[in-house]
Design a binder for this molecule. Structure first.
Ligand code: SF4
Length: 89
């Protein structure tokens, strides 16, 4: 099944250099914070966050969440899927 990614057309980061969302090097923290500021204005942030969690995106800032936050959410998501419980937001 082909996923519906129509929401990407409304993304605040549309047209931006995607490297802005994949922090590296000495300025990684500042880069993550700058990316998160863009996400904060994004009308499709929930779609982006859910997409990243469900598809296992482990690198970069997605839906305003850092890599570490995404990994934590992903663990909760997969754990709740296994047990049939609902993960807390
Ligand atoms: S939430 Fe952030 S990374 Fe996701 S589409 Fe919006 S601006 Fe881009």
């Amino acid at each position: 099944m082909i996923p519906n990614l129509d929401w990407l057309a409304d993304a605040a980061c549309a047209g931006m250099d995607s490297r802005a969302f994949f922090a590296t090097g000495h300025h990684a923290r500042a880069q993550v914070n700058a990316a998160r500021r863009v996400c904060k204005t994004c009308p499709v942030q929930p779609h982006c966050r859910d997409w990243a969690i469900q598809t296992g995106e482990y690198w970069g800032v997605w839906g305003g969440m850092s890599q570490l936050e995404l990994r934590r959410k992903r663990r909760r998501f997969t754990s709740s899927a296994r047990t049939g419980t609902r993960a807390a937001a």
